[in-house]
Design a protein around this ligand. Structure first.
Ligand SMILES: NC(=O)c1ccc[n+]([C@@H]2O[C@H](COP(=O)([O-])OP(=O)(O)OC[C@H]3O[C@@H](n4cnc5c(N)ncnc54)[C@H](O)[C@@H]3O)[C@@H](O)[C@H]2O)c1
Length: 377
C-alpha cells in the first residue's frame, strides 16, 4: 500500500471507528513500539494468549475502556509478544502459556491465538480456576467442544465467548423494539464483503476449521441468537452453494430454512479486499417488524407506518460489550446459545470440507450426541 493510501485509510478509519480505536488499529499493524495510553492506576490482573492484531487493536483497546490492565501476555512469536507488551505496558512476558496462567494475581485470561489452540488453552485456564474469554471459534471440532464443556462444568471459573454481534448496538436496539410472536418465523439475510485471505494464511490450515470457523461462525451465531429470542427451532434444512469448488470457503452462499418457518441466507464474497475492512448488510423480518442494518453503523426499523432510524458512531459491532462480559457488562451471553451456534458452525464446516451441498441439522439430536460425548470423557 502506498503512503498516500495508508493515510487515506487512517482518515477513513477515523471517520468510522473514531480516533482512539484507529490509533490502536494502526499501532497494532505497525508494531513500532509506540506506547498506547494505558491505565497506570488499574490493578493488572488480565492475561492475553496470542498477541496478534485482534488482541492489540480490539482487546487491548476495549480492556482499557473497561478500566482494565494487562498483567502478562504470551505469543509463540517472541517479537509479536514483545511489541504488544511494550506498547500496552505489559510487565510480564512468560515464554509459555503455562507460565502465563501461573502468574500471580491473574483473574481473567483472553485467548486470541490461532483457532485450533483456543480449546486447549481454555482447558488449562479453567482447570486453574481463571475466568476465561475465548475468541471465536470456541472449538474447531466436536471433540474439542465436548472437552470444553466438561472442563467448564468442573471449574469454578466462568467462560465467555468472543462472538460479538449479539452485543452490537443495532441488535440490542432492535431487540428492544421488536415484539416477538412465538408462532411466527424469523428471516435473517446477511451479505458480507469479507477480507481476501492469502493462500498460505493460517486460517486455511486444515486443523483451523476453514473460514466457516474463522469468519462465517459470526453470522451463524447471530442467527442462533435471533432465533433464541423466540425459541430455537429443531430441524434445519441447509443448502450450500460455492462459486469455486477449489476455494469452497471464500465465495459461498448458505441457505437455511427451519421447522418453525425461519429463513436464513448468507453470502460471503471475498473477491476483492474491502478498503476499510469487512462490510456487512443485514436484513431482518419478524412479525410486524422489518429491519435493515448497514455495516453496524446505521439501523432502520419499519413497523407499519412507524419508521425509526439510528446511527452508531463509532461503528458498533459489539466488541466492547462482548469483551466487557467478565466485568459485569450490561449484557451477558447465554453460554448454551454459543454451544448451539458452535454445533451448527461445525456441521456447516464439515459440509464445506466434504463438498456436501445439502443436509439436515437437528439442534436436539446434536445436543444429545454432544451430551453422550461429554459423558464418555
Ligand atoms: N471477534 C472478531 O470480530 C474478530 C476479528 C478478528 C479476529 N478475531 C479472532 O482473534 C483471534 C486472533 O486473530 P488475529 O486476526 O489477531 O490473527 P493474528 O494472526 O494477527 O494473531 C494471531 C496471533 O496468535 C499467535 N499464535 C499462533 N499460534 C499460537 C499459539 N499456539 N499460542 C500462542 N500464540 C499463538 C500468532 O503468533 C499471532 O501473533 C482469532 O481467533 C480470530 O478469529 C476475532
Amino acid at each position: 500500500m502506498t503512503v498516500a493510501a495508508s493515510w487515506r485509510k487512517v482518515a477513513r478509519f477515523t471517520g468510522i471507528y473514531g480516533p482512539g480505536r484507529t490509533l490502536f488499529k494502526a499501532a497494532g499493524r505497525l508494531r513500532l513500539g509506540l506506547a498506547m495510553p494505558t491505565l497506570r492506576r488499574a490493578t493488572p490482573d488480565i492475561g492475553v494468549i496470542g498477541c496478534g492484531q485482534f488482541a492489540f487493536a480490539t482487546i487491548g483497546y476495549f480492556l482499557r475502556r473497561h478500566g482494565r490492565r494487562i498483567a502478562a501476555c504470551y505469543d509463540i512469536d517472541v517479537a509479536t509478544q514483545a511489541s504488544f507488551a511494550r506498547s500496552l505496558g505489559v510487565k510480564a512476558q512468560p515464554r509459555s502459556a503455562e507460565a502465563l496462567l501461573a502468574h500471580e494475581g491473574l483473574r481473567t485470561v483472553y485467548i486470541t491465538s490461532n483457532h485450533a489452540s483456543h480449546t486447549p488453552y481454555a482447558l488449562q485456564s479453567l482447570a486453574r480456576g481463571i475466568d476465561t474469554y475465548i475468541e471465536k471459534p470456541v472449538a474447531v471440532s466436536q471433540a474439542q467442544l465436548a472437552a470444553l464443556i466438561a472442563a467448564q462444568r468442573r471449574s469454578k471459573a466462568r467462560v465467555f465467548a468472543g462472538y460479538n454481534r449479539p452485543f452490537a448496538g443495532a441488535i440490542r436496539a432492535l431487540r428492544e423494539q421488536m415484539t416477538i410472536d412465538p408462532t411466527k418465523g424469523i428471516t435473517l439475510q446477511c451479505f458480507v464483503s469479507g477480507h481476501v485471505i492469502a493462500p498460505d494464511h493460517w486460517y486455511r490450515r486444515p486443523e483451523e476449521g476453514t473460514r466457516v470457523c474463522g469468519n462465517i461462525g459470526h453470522w451463524l451465531d447471530l442467527l442462533v441468537h435471533l432465533l433464541a429470542w423466540r425459541g430455537l427451532p429443531d430441524r434445519l434444512e441447509i443448502a450450500l452453494t460455492v462459486a469455486d469448488a477449489a476455494e469452497p470457503d471464500d465465495n459461498l452462499a448458505i441457505g437455511i430454512s427451519s421447522d418453525r418457518g425461519d429463513l436464513f441466507s448468507l453470502v460471503l464474497s471475498s473477491r476483492t479486499e474491502p478498503f476499510e475492512g469487512i462490510n456487512e448488510t443485514i436484513h431482518i423480518q419478524h412479525h410486524g417488524t422489518i429491519a435493515k442494518i448497514d455495516d453496524f453503523r446505521h439501523l432502520t426499523i419499519w413497523q407499519g407506518e412507524r419508521l425509526m432510524r439510528r446511527r452508531f458512531w463509532p461503528k458498533d459491532v459489539g466488541h466492547g460489550g462482548a469483551i466487557g462480559q467478565p466485568f459485569g457488562g450490561a449484557m451477558q451471553r447465554d453460554w448454551d446459545e454459543v454451544v448451539r451456534s458452535t454445533q451448527l458452525m461445525l456441521h456447516i464446516a464439515d459440509m464445506v470440507r466434504s463438498g456436501t451441498r445439502q443436509s439436515v441439522f437437528s439442534f436436539r439430536e446434536s445436543a444429545a450426541r454432544l451430551a453422550h460425548e461429554i459423558e464418555a470423557l
